[in-house]
Design a binder for this molecule. Structure first.
Ligand code: BGC
Length: 753
């Protein structure tokens, strides 16, 4: 009875705006909402409300971050948010993951009140961080973190992961995902390094595009199985000088355009519906208060038409942290003047209160509000929310957390895991006596990383015990596998037991790690892998038994002193819930590894060069050219087969302004394993008006090469593929010679416009 009254109310409510709720919960064909007519009816308060985003905690029982268990909406609070403040958007969860049913109750109640109590019955835009899967929904599929996804060099896998994430997010009734991170991971100290697609702008742009395609379903009006993407964090967030989160970045205009912009431009071209702003500052100006970035660059130059949301509390931080405004009200004005559309306030209504006053005092115009409100309403319309904002029927999402989705996550992990060293100890025999050690050997928390059921991902109560730890995954295949921890993340633990067990084993698999973390809690003082964990490897190596080192990390922790003690090194990144199974299949040779590093793995703390460094940075103290000597370079990754690269074949050695040349190379697999090989094409400009990089990645492609077969990789190059940003901030290709490099093969071409 209650249910039918509710459905009737909903129909009447949305009926007023001539919309229909389809039976299946997916958008039914209806006349488009007249956004301008809606804006014309809105009061200043209602417009400001649309621009206000609050945290779920604000409308729940209990205090902010101290919700009463189990979490419930508090009707009076929700009523105040909707009827007094006219709030347009709500985000995230109370630091928890909820089952779908609970999400439906929470989101459904918010939408129901908006539809019944809100004067104009405008649906709420609910947003969430679904970072490596729908991580705040219990039972969802968890993929490798973005950094691991980049290591696949396979945009199709990134796209498929995003499609699944969108589906599982939408299953909860949530249509907006604060993802992907398009910040370029240039500094491995940064706590959010694992959230990036690595250090190269082209990889970030390609993977970012694929991800947005997957989230939005190649559309700017996503259907009921897709979500709006939010590219973040615009712009230069990852460039913090020290690597400490939300600290100053000093970035030249050239570098901004060369390194940090391409991934966002690609995402805009792909139709990304929203953007989140960088919480930090560039060259002394907090980005949230910088019209040159938020309006001139983002809107006028990059032609972004979607909606811009601030990051968490960042408007108030203009005064409270950055000290560029004298009080919170000035901060609101500065951010609105700079170009934000929606403020992730998110824990009170201060933003709305100040902005209403500013408009009434004539300091912000109503026309300015209209610009943002229009973008917000268009986004709601394009997401189908005016048609049906209610959570869907569960039966419409039969694949939520399904075996098919889990398999996709495992396959992504399998293509991401990167073999960095192997003297032949890998693959392991399925019957050998294996000892697994180290903190990541027996942990589901560590293999998943941050944004796993909670923000920092460290609450073990959410571990899904049907998933395997590394030890368990190996034991499923080989009963002769045992475990002895030997070290926690930061201190030795029962190391003598581990050493003694190791001495009677055939091989030791040591799984080193760091505590999952992100944002401020992830700031570190020392990039080295903690002493205790390195000491564990040193002690184990005294047994003389072969050591396979497995790395499960947020960022490349320095391990230079222990690499020589290891017979094999495998980078697992944070491979997600199915990552242990993927890793086990690689360790025993059921899967041939094919990941390649999407970043430079440093050998030393003071040598954090990226692969595209300048020539001057190669000079060493002995006047040689060895200064770029990382532990492993960008693009590095071994496999179990024998792959031979043939000679480069060019259609011509001369490139004209409007022409193109094709570059191809044959790769032969003479080993016993089928191999998926990513071929990376770099260029080097011999002479340029801005100091050129020693090399720049321009193309990549991954193909399956069967054992005993060959594959041809063909790339087409135009002048854009040789371009750089010049002193006038224009993308140019200067005439002259360029090297084309694939593996150790090099050919030189001339660009003659
Ligand atoms: C993070 C964003 C995230 C937002 C909402 C912020 O602290 O920087 O990446 O989307 O919180 O959770």
């Amino acid at each position: 009875m209650k249910k039918s009254i509710f459905i009737l109310c909903l129909f009447l409510t949305f009926g007023c705006n001539a919309q229909k709720v389809s039976k299946k919960g997916s958008p039914a064909p209806t006349p488009p909402v007249d956004i301008e007519a809606l804006i014309a009816q809105m009061t200043i308060e209602e417009k400001v409300g649309q621009m206000t985003q609050i945290n779920l905690d604000v409308v729940c029982e209990g205090g902010i971050y101290k919700l009463v268990e189990p979490h419930h909406i508090e009707p009076a609070k929700l009523n105040e948010a909707i009827t007094k403040w006219h709030v347009g958007s709500v985000l995230n969860c109370g630091g928890h993951a909820y089952p779908l049913k609970q999400w439906h109750e929470l989101v459904g109640e918010i939408q129901r009140v908006a539809a019944t109590q809100g004067r104009l019955k405008i649906p709420i835009l609910y947003g969430i961080d679904a970072i490596h899967g729908a991580n705040y929904m219990m039972g969802s599929t968890l993929f490798p973190q973005q950094l691991g996804q980049a290591a696949t060099f396979n945009p199709e896998l990134v796209k498929r992961g995003a499609q699944i994430t969108a589906y599982e997010t939408r299953a909860a009734g949530i249509p907006w995902n604060f993802s992907p991170v398009l910040d370029v991971g240039r500094n491995p100290n940064w706590s959010r390094f694992f959230e990036t697609y690595g250090e190269d702008p082209l990889v970030c742009a390609t993977m970012g595009r694929a991800c947005i395609d997957g989230y939005q379903g190649h559309s700017t009006t996503p259907d009921a199985n897709h979500v709006a993407a939010c590219m973040k964090h615009f712009l230069g967030y990852s460039g913090a000088r020290t690597g400490k989160d939300r600290t100053p970045a000093i970035i030249s205009d050239i570098e901004l355009r060369q390194i940090y912009m391409p991934s966002f431009q690609a995402a805009i071209n792909e139709g990304a519906m929203s953007v989140m702003i960088n919480s930090g500052e560039i060259n002394g100006i907090p980005v949230h208060a910088n019209p040159a970035i938020l309006t001139q660059l983002l809107r006028n130059e990059m032609n972004f038409k979607g909606m811009a949301v601030t990051d968490w509390e960042d408007v108030m931080k203009l005064h409270q942290i950055h000290k560029v405004t004298a009080n919170n009200k000035e901060s609101v004005k500065a951010a609105v003047d700079a170009g934000i559309d929606m403020c992730m306030v998110p824990n009170d209504f201060e933003f709305a209160r100040h902005l209403i006053e500013l408009v009434k005092e004539g300091k912000v115009t109503e026309a300015r509000l209209n610009e943002s409100v229009r973008r917000i309403l268009v986004m709601k319309r394009d997401l189908g929310l005016f048609v049906n904002a209610m959570p869907p029927a569960l039966k419409d999402f039969p694949d939520f957390g399904s075996a098919k989705h889990q398999q996709a996550a495992r396959e992504t992990a399998e293509e991401s895991i990167t073999l960095l060293k192997n003297d032949g100890v890998l693959p392991l025999s399925k019957t050998s006596k294996v000892l697994v050690c180290g903190p990541a050997g027996y942990s589901l928390t560590l293999i998943n990383g941050a944004w796993t059921r909670t923000w920092q991902g460290t609450d073990a109560k959410y571990e899904d015990n049907s998933r395997h730890t590394i030890f368990e995954a190996l034991q499923v295949i080989n009963p002769n596998v045992t475990f002895s921890e030997g070290s926690t993340l930061d201190s030795l633990s029962n190391v003598d037991e581990a050493v003694s067990k190791a001495s009677t084993s055939d091989v030791i698999v040591v799984c080193l790690s760091e505590l999952p973390s992100t944002e401020k809690p992830g700031d570190i003082e020392d990039l080295r892998m903690p002493d205790a964990q390195r000491e564990l490897v040193k002690r184990l190596s005294k047994t003389g038994k072969p050591i396979v080192l497995v790395l499960v990390e947020n960022r490349p922790r320095i391990i230079h002193d222990i690499v020589p003690l290891c017979n094999a090194v495998v980078m697992a990144y944070q491979p997600g819930d199915l990552g242990s199974d993927a890793l086990a299949r690689i360790l025993i040779g059921d899967v041939n590894p094919s990941g390649k590093l999407p970043f430079t793995y440093p050998a030393h703390e003071q040598s954090l060069l990226t692969y595209d460094h300048k020539f001057s940075e190669t000079l060493d103290p002995k006047f040689g050219n060895t200064a770029y000597s990382p532990e492993w370079p960008f693009g590095f990754g071994l496999n179990y087969s024998t792959l031979t690269y043939g000679e480069l074949k060019l259609s011509s050695n001369e490139l004209k302004a409007n022409g193109s040349i094709s570059v191809s190379i044959d790769v032969t697999n003479s080993g016993k394993y089928d191999a998926r090989e990513s071929v990376l094409l770099f260029t080097r400009d011999h002479v340029a008006s801005i100091t050129p990089s020693v090399r720049k990645l321009r193309k990549f492609d991954k193909q399956l090469i069967k054992a005993g077969a060959s594959a041809t990789y063909t790339f087409t190059l135009t002048k854009e593929d040789l371009a750089f940003i010049n002193k006038d901030l224009k993308s140019v290709t200067e005439p002259g010679q360029f090297d084309i490099m694939i593996g150790d093969k090099v050919a030189t071409i001339n660009y003659l416009p």
